[in-house]
Design a protein. Structure first.
Length: 73
């Protein structure tokens, strides 16, 4: 069985994922010369479709964690 869960509810090591992204300076990395200069050309996102009834709570939590982990907010 495969299910999409909120960060921290499944088997994905998000602490390790975020640590690796920070180590590689993901948010400031330019992969293309013509990429926008603000924030590079990288995008971090989550797909919130496994439990639509939880989306209103889990989507903002996921965004806040991404910002906290990668943008120091």
């Amino acid at each position: 069985m495969h299910q999409h869960l909120a960060m921290g509810e499944g088997e994905v090591d998000f602490d390790g994922v975020f640590e690796t992204l920070r180590e590689m300076d993901f948010v400031n990395r330019q992969l293309r010369d013509d990429a926008p200069k603000v924030g590079g050309d990288n995008i971090a996102c989550v797909s919130m479709f496994g439990f639509p009834e939880k989306m209103a709570k889990q989507a903002p939590e996921a965004r806040e964690r991404i910002e906290r982990e990668l943008l120091d907010k």
